[in-house]
Design a protein around this ligand. Structure first.
Ligand code: FES
Length: 160
């Protein structure tokens, strides 16, 4: 019997749901759903200077207050791979920067200020300390952290 277009789409959707459910059962992370709640940093608030990411804190609204966080995507200009960064204003004059990529399946991260930790945006939700260390899997490896310097109203992050 011939399958019409609508029937095909319905069956494809069911198959996708089954595959995703199966993945969640195997490794504890569905790899679907989950949207990052951490705000983006506007493109006029940062620039690349060689392998340094320079963020202007006068323009990065989400980083202004202690406890704030923001993220940005610098594309593939530094090392050839797409690089996303999440920056946290942890304490007064204390900022932290991480690759915005869960080490389980590279889903985006969220900063949870109340828990002082980073959490994967997937339904599996690996969690990490602000040192990058894994608190909860399925991720096994620590987050990639970037060294940074704060000067006046800028932070300079080494992307290597
Ligand atoms: S991508 Fe699977 S827990 Fe983060």
């Amino acid at each position: 019997m011939k399958t019409n277009r609508r029937e095909f789409i319905r069956k494809a959707g069911l198959a996708t749901a089954c595959v995703c459910t199966g993945l969640a059962g195997v490794n504890g992370c569905s790899m679907i759903g989950g949207i990052s709640r951490t705000p983006g940093i506007m493109s006029d608030a940062w620039l690349l200077d060689g392998d340094s990411l320079v963020v202007d804190l006068n323009k990065a609204d989400s980083l202004r207050e202690t406890g704030g966080a923001g993220k940005l995507n610098i594309g593939d200009k530094v090392n050839g791979d797409e690089t996303k960064v999440i920056i946290i204003h942890h304490q007064e004059n204390d900022y932290k920067a991480f690759a915005d990529c869960c080490t389980h399946g590279c889903r985006e991260l969220n900063y949870l200020q109340d828990k002082q930790q980073l959490e994967c945006s997937s339904f599996g939700k690996s969690a990490f300390e602000l040192t990058g260390k894994v608190i909860k899997g399925p991720a096994e490896d620590p987050l990639m952290t970037y060294s940074l310097q704060k000067t006046d109203n800028r932070i300079i992050i080494k992307i290597t």
